[in-house]
Design a protein around this ligand. Structure first.
Ligand code: BG6
Ligand code: MG
Length: 220
């Protein structure tokens, strides 16, 4: 039996639903470049980096740009995204998250962030959640994006835990794969269809408790 000592949380789609804001800003970029894409396609952008997202979106629109142009568009998209982030309030924290984090704290389980976003600290501040985190690993600290396990491996190191002592919470397939590749247990947050590689899936944090988390200690 391996005791769980840390929980590593993705941010976007797990702590707060910023995917809608990313979608709005990316869609504005696509529209300005003369095409559109669907919410279904947007699913593929979850968990991957800003530049990887841009490459994928440009491929959907059959648009080719120079590296300088790509950098300019990525900067514009981020500015539009941040305009939306600035309007966020603590009310947008997803249901059950603060209660579960309080429970983790009360049980001395470390809390770390493992996000591809370079805006994670700003977002955590806006939604008044920064104080919960013992470590923050995000797009500013990593060289390899999800599904590479680096972001969660750094989270495990930062909390002085072995991978098998960590549980990852993820809403994106790339993130579930990253946690699994890192040798961690993974709880999928969202749809069964997309996240089936996770150890188990919850549709909201109202469905998780320390007792349920501890059942993973028995899982090989
Ligand atoms: C991830 C999101 O958390 O962060 C992706 O799921 C996003 O959609 C990525 O592209 C990078 O975010 P940012 O804030 O650095 O542009
Ligand atoms: Mg996510």
């Amino acid at each position: 039996m391996t005791k769980i000592k840390a929980c590593l949380f993705d941010l976007d789609g797990v702590i707060v639903d910023t995917a809608v804001y990313h979608f709005q800003a990316w869609r504005r970029l696509a529209n300005e470049l003369g095409f559109d894409f669907t919410e279904h396609q947007n699913e593929q952008l979850k968990g991957i980096s800003r530049m990887e997202s841009l490459e994928l979106i440009l491929s959907w629109g059959n648009v080719s740009l120079t590296q300088d142009e790509k950098n300019d568009w990525a900067t514009k998209k981020n500015a539009w995204y941040l305009d939306l982030v600035k309007l966020m309030t603590p009310n947008e924290v997803l249901e059950g998250v603060p209660e579960f984090l309080d429970e983790l704290k009360a049980n001395n389980i470390k809390i770390a962030l493992g996000s591809a976003s370079k805006n994670s600290k700003l977002i955590l501040e806006r939604i008044n959640m920064l104080h919960y985190f013992d470590a923050i690993i995000d797009g500013n600290n990593i060289t390899k994006g999800k599904p590479d396990p680096q972001v969660f491996q750094l989270g495990a190191e930062a909390t002085n835990c072995k991978p098998e002592e960590c549980v990852v919470f993820e809403d994106a397939l790339a993130g579930v794969q990253a946690g699994k590749a890192g040798g961690m247990k993974v709880i999928g947050v969202g749809s069964e269809e997309i996240l089936k590689e996770a150890n188990f899936i919850i549709s909201s944090f109202k469905e998780i408790s320390i007792e349920k988390l501890r059942t993973l200690e028995e899982t090989p």
